[in-house]
Design a protein around this ligand. Structure first.
Ligand SMILES: NC(=O)c1ccc[n+]([C@@H]2O[C@H](COP(=O)([O-])OP(=O)(O)OC[C@H]3O[C@@H](n4cnc5c(N)ncnc54)[C@H](OP(=O)(O)O)[C@@H]3O)[C@@H](O)[C@H]2O)c1
Length: 215
C-alpha cells in the first residue's frame, strides 16, 4: 500500500514515516521538496542504523496526492484550508485525518471547528474524498521511539466502510497497534477530544507515555 503524508516533516509525520515505511511504500510530503528530502534522509539513516527494512521517499505535498493510495493529513488543523487550496486531485482518494484541534492555556482544551471535528471539516472541504479519522491519540514521541513497541488502541471512524477497513488493516500492520471500529465519522469529535484529555492527565499527574488502551 502506498501511503503519503502531507506535512510529513512534522513531529508526528516523521514518526509515522519511520514506522510505516518498514511495511509499506511511504512518501514524506512537504510544501518544500528540499525539506521533505532532509526529513527523508534523516529517517532513512535512522532505519539503516537499526538494520530495519524500509521503503521511503520524499516529495511535495502535491506529489503525495498524485502518487499515494492513502493520503494522511498531518498538518496543524488551522492550516487545513490553505493546505487544501494548494492541492488538486484528492477526489476519490482515501484520506486519513489525525488532526486534533486544541487550545493551549493552563490546560489543553478541545477546540473543534463549526463542522464538529477536524475530520468532519476535512470531509466537508473534500466532499468527493473518503475521509477516515485514525491515529489521533498516539503521541509523536512514541511514534519516533522506533526501538520500542507501540501498543495502543486506535479508534478508526468513517462513513465509508470499505475505506475504514483498509485503514484498520494499515493500523494493525504497525507494531502492536490495535484498530477498533469506532463508528461513523461523526464519532471523530469524541476521538479527537481524547487527545487533550490524555495530555492534561500526563501534565497534571506528571505521567509519561500516557495512551489509550481499550481492553
Ligand atoms: N504531535 C503529536 O503528538 C500529535 C499526536 C496526534 C495527532 N497530532 C495531530 O497531527 C497533526 C500534525 O501534528 P505535528 O505535531 O506533527 O505538527 P507540526 O510539526 O507543527 O506540523 C506538521 C507539518 O505541517 C506543515 N505546516 C506547518 N505549518 C503550516 C502552514 N502554516 N501551512 C501549511 N503547512 C504547514 C509543516 O510541513 P512543511 O513545512 O514541510 O510543509 C509541518 O512540518 C496536528 O493536526 C495534530 O493535531 C499530533
Amino acid at each position: 500500500m502506498k501511503v503519503g503524508i502531507i506535512g510529513g516533516t512534522g513531529d508526528i509525520g516523521k514518526g509515522m514515516a519511520l514506522r510505516l515505511s518498514q511495511n509499506h511504500e511511504v512518501i514524506i510530503g512537504s510544501r518544500k521538496e528540499e525539506k521533505a528530502s532532509l526529513s527523508c534522509d534523516a529517517c532513512c539513516q535512522c532505519l539503516r542504523e537499526l538494520n530495519l527494512p524500509f521503503n521511503l521517499t520524499a516529495s511535495t505535498n502535491q506529489g503525495v496526492v498524485d502518487d499515494s493510495d492513502i493520503v494522511v493529513f498531518s498538518v496543524p488543523s488551522e492550516t487545513l484550508q490553505i493546505t487544501i487550496d494548494s492541492l488538486t486531485g484528492l477526489e476519490g482518494k482515501l484520506v486519513v485525518s489525525l488532526m486534533n484541534p486544541m487550545e493551549r492555556g493552563d490546560f489543553f482544551k478541545y477546540a473543534p471547528p463549526e463542522e464538529g471535528s477536524a475530520a468532519l471539516q476535512l470531509q466537508r472541504m473534500l466532499p468527493d474524498s473518503r475521509v477516515i479519522a485514525a491515529f489521533n491519540n498516539i503521541p509523536a514521541k512514541q511514534w519516533n521511539q522506533i526501538a520500542e513497541i507501540l501498543d495502543y488502541s486506535v479508534c478508526v471512524c468513517g462513513d465509508d466502510e470499505e475505506g475504514k477497513k483498509v485503514v484498520m488493516e494499515l493500523v494493525n500492520s504497525i507494531s502492536e497497534l490495535q484498530a477498533l471500529n469506532a463508528g461513523p465519522l461523526a464519532v471523530s469529535a469524541t476521538v479527537e477530544a481524547i487527545t487533550p484529555l490524555v495530555i492534561n492527565i500526563a501534565k497534571f499527574n506528571k505521567m509519561r507515555d500516557v495512551g489509550v488502551y481499550f481492553r
